[in-house]
Design a protein around this ligand. Structure first.
Ligand SMILES: [Fe+2]
Length: 502
């Protein structure tokens, strides 16, 4: 026997033993695959394979081994990523209470036909108009305004109608003209520029938003002069709802890691990992999308990638997140850079990507509503913030909480249809905020902000990527390497910076 055979036999027994200790047998073909690619299948990679197996598997075959293409050296071993090993003495058991309340994953029903769009807009209109009606106002259908000439509507009556905004413009005299639409018809309404406060409010009204207006009809009955604009808005939380909660612990909110980008801030990220590993009062880590930088998201992105294979980007991200102690429950939601459908609502990651991560990670779609320790958290990546900043006067990337407050006021995460956000016409509009959350958590804009609005804690959790070439050209200045910690007993927030080692 030559020396090589002894070597192979030794390695075979090590691999067989590693699978056996985890409760699995390994098929000879799968063993050969691992031995043939031994450079890439060290014990760390075998642990990754083991963590992807479910309990129904007894014998591990080649199909269970995720090496569809031979990896190149861009796959980073844990040593290359400078990830310190887990502390084996660390208390690792998660004790907590988490429920996924709303998530599109595995529930998408649309195929994009004309009737799907009709159903989608009807659902959006009815849901949001019901929220407006719940405010105690009575509204009449738009078609009734056209009956004025038959004497059914008096000229000077105060009239209230609800409609979805179908057109917006400023007249040549500087008044704001809003066309609204319900299922009975469309009608133009006007806000005069001399009504300063109302006019400012009218300038914030967005296309496709559902609003209520009160006003008086013009003499010819063809226009409503508005004296009040109502949005569905969220009710002010009662003292009881705002009081001290009977729950302990903290949640850390982050987003937009962009692993795989050459602007990913590895050192700052490792400072964060070290900090969270040492923490003893953190029970949750919630990540609101853009886990990786992705492939082909914008022109010439490949020039800014350190890892140019999407699966390898997720493998690297998993190697980082898998280091986080098990007493911290991780919730992962996708963003527009992630490998799921781009139309919102986005489902959770596919199984192949999930398999890279520890089994106890919770994967949800975008948006999703979860309850942690009884605290209702609405997670939305936040792509619509681009539209809101471009549309509403006074909004800036430096303060991402202001457009998030507008989302709560109009009870919709992406009110403008057909701009930067592609929305799948599901039968139910999953972007409507039917029940106000306790926390609204977004990312996407790479700037950090925390605020409170009517008792809701609003968090935009920034990024772990320094300024990209695209952002430099667009004059966007990110605020990276920060995490937002929420105390679950009172929902107060603290922003922690990881520029320096902890
Ligand atoms: Fe991002």
């Amino acid at each position: 026997m030559d020396q090589n055979i002894y070597q192979i036999t030794d390695k075979s027994s090590v691999i067989i033993e590693q699978f056996a200790q985890a409760g699995y047998q390994i098929d000879p073909a799968a063993l050969s695959l691992l031995l043939d690619n031994e450079k890439h299948y060290n014990p760390f990679h075998i642990n990754q394979i083991l963590s992807s197996l479910d309990d129904s598997i007894l014998v591990v075959g080649p199909d269970h081994i995720y090496l569809q293409k031979k990896p190149d050296d861009t796959i980073k071993s844990p040593e290359c990523l400078d990830i310190p090993p887990k502390d084996p003495d660390f208390e690792d058991e998660w004790i907590g209470e988490l429920d996924v309340i709303l998530d599109i994953t595995d529930q998408s029903a649309c195929i994009g036909e004309y009737t799907d769009f009709l159903d989608y807009f009807k659902n959006r209109f009815y849901t949001l108009s019901n929220l407006l009606r719940n405010r105690g106002m009575s509204f009449r259908p738009i078609e009734s305004l056209k009956k004025r000439k038959s004497g059914l509507v008096e000229e000077y009556d105060q009239i209230s109608v609800i409609g979805m905004v179908s057109n917006l413009r400023t007249s040549k005299n500087g008044h704001r003209l809003i066309e609204i639409e319900d299922i009975t018809g469309t009608f133009p309404v006007m806000v005069l520029k001399k009504e300063r406060n109302l006019f400012d409010k009218a300038m914030k009204v967005m296309l496709d938003e559902v609003i209520g207006v009160t006003g008086t009809l013009s003499n010819d009955g063809n226009m409503l002069f508005v004296n009040n604009i109502m949005q569905p808005d969220i009710p002010l939380k009662t003292n009881n709802e705002l009081g001290q909660r009977n729950c302990k612990g903290k949640a850390v909110l982050i987003s937009d890691m962009h692993v795989g980008s050459n602007t990913f801030l590895k050192n700052e990220w490792l400072n964060f990992i070290e900090w969270i590993k040492k923490s003893n009062d953190i029970n949750y880590l919630v990540i609101a999308g853009d886990i990786v930088d992705g492939i082909g998201i914008y022109p010439n992105q490949e020039k800014e990638l350190q890892i140019n294979d999407i699966y390898e980007q997720y493998q690297a991200a998993a190697q980082y997140l898998n280091q986080i102690p098990g007493h911290i429950k991780i919730v992962l939601s996708p963003g527009n850079h992630d490998a799921v459908r781009q139309a919102e609502p986005q489902p959770a990651f596919p199984d192949r990507i999930k398999s890279f991560f520890n089994k106890d990670i919770i994967f949800v779609g975008n948006p999703a509503v979860i309850s942690i320790e009884g605290v209702r958290v609405l997670i939305y990546h936040g792509r619509s913030i681009d539209d809101l900043i471009a549309t509403i006067p006074g909004m800036k990337y430096k303060d991402p909480t202001r457009p998030m407050i507008e989302m709560l006021k109009c009870r919709h995460l992406s009110p403008i249809y057909g701009s930067r956000v592609s929305i799948a016409p599901e039968k139910q509009d999953h972007l409507v905020i039917e029940t106000p959350p306790d926390i609204l958590h977004c990312g996407h804009v790479h700037t950090v902000g925390c605020a409170k609005y009517r008792g809701v804690t609003i968090v935009n959790s920034g990024t772990w990527q320094s300024q990209t070439e695209f952002q430099r050209r667009m004059n966007l200045d990110p605020d990276p390497a920060k995490a937002v910690v929420v105390d679950l007993s009172n929902l107060n927030t603290t922003i922690i910076s990881f520029d320096q080692p902890s």
